[in-house]
Every structure is written in structure tokens, then in C-alpha cells.
Ligand binder design. Structure first.
Ligand SMILES: *Cc1c(COP(=O)(O)O)cnc(C)c1O
Length: 378
């Protein structure tokens, strides 16, 4: 049996060890240190925002954003349904109630028309959401010029989940720069990784300063440990920030490689009926974090589940598209706004599959996956 081929394995460049060695040499093993500060500066510069805060995970960034926006028990919030649970969980754990919004077919991201429907109902009922969380899924930006004015018109702040979209752009501008708060993730399967970590981003330097205070146990300025409020232990370590600095330098290469992998799959498979790859609107430059496609069982002669089974039998990892939040048992009964009367995200889940897309994958690896797909489709 061949070695397991993963969906998106970590891909080190080599220089990471140099940064780690430096941290060891200076004995900056202690949590914070120069790599952390430099990594924050470099990520803020990359996104083109004023301030950034390095954290232990992307999920930690959501906790902090919820806190900074004053989300409290009983508040509602709007959130893209087609996403990973970590987008939503911190707000729900803070006692807020989710209202889920469908995707639009052109980008798979939050539907402007469904969002407008949700706002119209909120206005009518007099209960406005505390925040809107938009998600740049699989490395593709949302349609910001459609979505942000709707949120602004209603005076509701936006959290931009850019966990999967580091390096992706909207009309030439980096994702992670659009929300009142945005965040990246450096989890092991993302486009670059620190083995685990996240980055909270904002143009509001005071808010990031407050997030920094909350993320380091909310210690008052006093000679002893004194607390007027409670915080978290959410910071990224100096060692991991060193890995992140080396990885960030590689980001342009990683985007190019992932896009090439996407194009190779598409070119090799496009002759097969019933396949549709995740579209890329003209305003989007996706990082193609994962190559995703849908399979129409009526015309393709197979299903997404059969494709996944065929790949698994050869030790190749693949996944369905995210199961939307409005279909999750934990959110049973939650309010949901479909896109123009159709449930787009449910359809993407039902027929979608994510293919191995790691930038460290060889051409031979990809050829093997394509052969397995051809066999199943043919
Ligand atoms: C990975 C991911 C997160 C969470 O990031 P972690 O660093 O793993 O906590 C949040 N949202 C989306 C869409 C993700 O893919």
C-alpha cells in the first residue's frame, strides 16, 4: 500500500528550523518574544491592516472578537451556514443565538440576498444581530462589495473568518482586511502552518491592545496578580511564531502551487459529465486551499460518497464539503435563510467532495489521484 496521501499536509520549506534555532539560542522558549512581535507585524503588513495579535488558534480569535464586540447571552448573530463549527462555537458558548445564512451559487460564500432577507426580518422584529460572521470558504473571498454595505447600512459589525483564505484576494485586496475583525488560522491543514495558531487582525489598534490584555489573563497594572476582569490564555508561543515567519515567506509559492493543482484536476477531469468545480468569480483570486467539486449523481455515473470510498481504498484522503451548520444536530431548530428559495449549501454538502490539495504533493501523487477518479467516473 502506498503511503497515505492527505487532504492538506503541512509543507515545511526548511528555513523554519533556522527560526526555531534562533529562539533556542536566545532562550526565547518563554511564551512571548521577538518572533511573536515580528510575526504580528508581518501578518498585519501582509493584510494591510494596522494591528495583529498572534494567538494559539483561529478559534481563540473568534472568542476575542465576540468579547470585543460585546456579544452577550441572548444576543443573536448572523453567520454563513456553510463553514466549520469553529466559526460559530465561541459565540454560542458566549450565550449568543445563531441565525444561519445560505451560500450563493457563484462563490459558495454568504448570499447577499439571503443576508438581506435576514436583516429585513430583524428590522421588523426589532431584534438586530450583534455581529455578522462571513467566511472565505476554501480560500475564496466573499463578495465584499455586496455584503459589507448591507451590514454597514444596519450598523452591524463584521467578523471575517479568513482561516482558510490567507493569500487570497478580493478585487486585488488581501482577505483578512475586510472585517471589523478578521482572523487567519495556522492549523496543521491550512495553506501555511505553525502546527497550531491563529492571528486576529483589525485596523482598530485600541481593540487589538485590549484583545492582547484579554488574551494574557487580563492582568491589571499592579505589582501583584490583580484582576478587575477575567481573561484567557490565548497567546502564540515564540517558537511557533518563528515557524510562522518562515512559512509566511513561502505563501506566494504555496498559493501558486495550490492554484496549479486545482487547474490540473480541472483540466484532467473536465471532459467527464456531471462534474462542477468550485467557481471563481471575476473579482476573486482564490488561494485554492482545497480543490472542491460537486458530482451530479444523475449524469456522472457515481456519487461523491462512492468517489471518497474509491480514494480511501487506495489510502487517499478526501472529504465531503462542510456539512452546513443549519443541518448540524447541535443547531437543530436554529433559524436559517436559504438563497432565493433554494438551499444551496445543503446541495453543496450533498454532492461535494474535497480532493487532496497539499502544496507538498508531487505531480506523481496527483496523477495517481486523477487515475483513481477517472476509473470511478469512467
Ligand atoms: C480552521 C478553521 C477555523 C479554526 O481555526 P483553528 O486555528 O483550527 O482554531 C475556523 N474557521 C474555519 C472556516 C476554518 O477552516
Amino acid at each position: 500500500m502506498r503511503d497515505r496521501l492527505y487532504l492538506s499536509a503541512p509543507h515545511m520549506g526548511g528555513e523554519e528550523m533556522e527560526y526555531i534555532r534562533q529562539a533556542f539560542e536566545d532562550n526565547w522558549i518563554a511564551p512571548l518574544g521577538p518572533h511573536v512581535e515580528a510575526f504580528e507585524r508581518e501578518c498585519a503588513a501582509h493584510a494591510g491592516v494596522r494591528a495583529a495579535l498572534a494567538l494559539s488558534s483561529g478559534t481563540a480569535a473568534v472568542f476575542l472578537a465576540a468579547n470585543l464586540l460585546g456579544i452577550k447571552p441572548g444576543d443573536t448573530f448572523f453567520c454563513s451556514s456553510l463553514t466549520f463549527a469553529a466559526t460559530v462555537a465561541p459565540l454560542v458558548q458566549a450565550g449568543a443565538v445563531p441565525v444561519f445564512i445560505d451560500s450563493e451559487p457563484g462563490s459558495w460564500n454568504i448570499s447577499p440576498s439571503a443576508l438581506s432577507d435576514a436583516f429585513a426580518d430583524a428590522r421588523a422584529s426589532g431584534v438586530m444581530p450583534g455581529a455578522v460572521i462571513i467566511v472565505n470558504l476554501y480560500g475564496q473571498s466573499c463578495d465584499m462589495d455586496e455584503i459589507l454595505p448591507i451590514c454597514r447600512e444596519h450598523g452591524v459589525p463584521v467578523i471575517e473568518d479568513a482561516a482558510e483564505s490567507l493569500g487570497a484576494r478580493y478585487k486585488g485586496r488581501e482577505t483578512g482586511s475586510f472585517g471589523d475583525f478578521a482572523f487567519y488560522s495556522f492549523n496543521g491543514n491550512k495553506i501555511i502552518t505553525t502546527s497550531g495558531g491563529g492571528m486576529l487582525l483589525s485596523d482598530d489598534g485600541d481593540a487589538i491592545a485590549r484583545a492582547r490584555f484579554l488574551a494574557t489573563q487580563a492582568r491589571d497594572k499592579a505589582p501583584w496578580y490583580q484582576h478587575s476582569e477575567l481573561g484567557y490564555n490565548f497567546r502564540m508561543s515564540n517558537i511557533l511564531a518563528g515557524i510562522g515567519r518562515a512559512q509566511l515567506k513561502l505563501l506566494p509559492d504555496r498559493v501558486t502551487r495550490r492554484r496549479a493543482i486545482f487547474e490540473r484536476y480541472r483540466d484532467a477531469l473536465k471532459k467527464n459529465p456531471g462534474l462542477a468545480f468550485m467557481p471563481e468569480p471575476e473579482w476573486s483570486l482564490s488561494n485554492r486551499w482545497l480543490t472542491t467539486m460537486t458530482i451530479d449523481p444523475d449524469t456522472a455515473g457515481t456519487t461523491n460518497m462512492r468517489i471518497m470510498e474509491a480514494l480511501e481504498a487506495e489510502n487517499v484522503e478526501s472529504r465531503p464539503v462542510w456539512k452546513p451548520m443549519h443541518l448540524q444536530p447541535v443547531f437543530e431548530g436554529a433559524k436559517y435563510y436559504p438563497h432565493e428559495g433554494r438551499d444551496i449549501s445543503a446541495g453543496l454538502f450533498e454532492n461535494g467532495v474535497c480532493l487532496p490539495s497539499g502544496s507538498g504533493m508531487t505531480d506523481g501523487d496527483q496523477e495517481f489521484v486523477i487515475e483513481l477518479l477517472e476509473r470511478e467516473l469512467g
